[in-house]
Each structure stands twice: as C-alpha cells, then as structure tokens.
Write a protein that binds this ligand. Structure first.
Ligand code: FES
Ligand code: FES
Length: 162
C-alpha cells in the first residue's frame, strides 16, 4: 500500500476479495479491470446512462460515480451474480429474453440490477411505475417497450414463486 492506494475487502457476488486499489479508481474500473467482471458496462462515465449500475448492499449505485475504496466492507452484486446458479437464469433475465428486452445488450446489466432493486421494493408494479423505475437507464435500441413488458412479466413470475 502506498500513499495513493488502499487495501480493501469487498464481497462481490458472494466471493470475498482482498485487493489493493488506487484511491482514484472507480468501483466500475475495479470490477472490470481488477476482478475482470466486464458485465458491468461503462457508457457515459458521469452518472447519466445507468449502464454501470450495480447493487451495493442491495441498493443500486452507479459504479462510475463510486470509488472502489468506498466499497470497502460492503457487498456488491453485479450482473454476473444475479442468476441463482450456472444453469438457471434470474426470472428477469428469462423475461428479457422472452420479450426481446435487449438488442445490443449494452444497457442490460444496468437495467437488470435497477429492476432487481425495484421489484424487491415494489413486487406488483404498474406499467407507469416500471417506466419511472427505469427512467434513469438509457437504452438506444429497444424503444423500452420490451423491457417494460419483461419487468411486468418477471414481477408476475416472482410473485407466483413466493
Ligand atoms: S457509465 Fe455510469 S451512469 Fe453512465
Ligand atoms: S439493448 Fe442496446 S442499448 Fe439497450
């Protein structure tokens, strides 16, 4: 550890990581470059597009606006960690596939993590509520309708499974 670096301990997708990070490195760059979890995408890198959204202790955070040192002691979940196991998809991932909720896939990790938090807080949302929930996540491909349909369908699946 030098003056401009710190030792951190973070749990990412259930795995504990000890790492030395430069104090100026963002959580997004730490995840992508040090942990090689490139599922978290970087679009605008200034908090506007939502592509870099991850879950920090279950709440969404823009990993381009958060420093890796701020993640010390916290639990991070990225898109790589949302499926229950290697053979099954998360209900949201299944619904995105079914409703064509993605085309290029660039926005998808941020959409999924955003919707995981949202459906946890609001398991039976209206279409308007889904649209508000994803209003901070930009998609250049889908026109959003498929994403909204997928979110509503996944909400139904998740309600029926509890
Ligand atoms: S890359 Fe973080 S909000 Fe766009
Ligand atoms: S699927 Fe391409 S940006 Fe959303």
């Amino acid at each position: 550890m030098t003056m401009d670096s710190r030792d951190i301990v973070v749990t990412v997708n259930g795995i504990r990581h000890e790492a030395t990070v430069k104090t100026r490195v963002t959580l997004a760059d730490f995840l992508r470059h040090q942990l090689e979890l490139t599922g978290t995408h970087l679009g605008c890198e200034h908090g506007v597009c939502g592509a870099c959204t991850v879950l920090v202790d279950g709440r969404t955070a823009r990993s381009c606006l958060m420093l890796a040192v701020q993640a010390h002691g916290h639990e991070i979940r990225t898109v790589e960690g949302i499926a229950p196991n290697a053979k099954e998809l998360h209900p949201l991932q299944t619904a995105f596939q079914k409703h064509h909720g993605l085309q290029c896939g660039f926005c998808t990790p941020g959409m999924l993590t955003t919707l995981i938090e949202f459906l946890h807080d609001n398991p039976d949302p209206t279409e308007a509520e889904v649209r508000i929930a994803i209003s901070g996540n930009l998609c250049r491909c889908t026109g959003y309708q498929g994403i909204v349909d997928a979110a509503l369908d996944a909400a139904k699946t998740m309600r029926n499974s509890t």
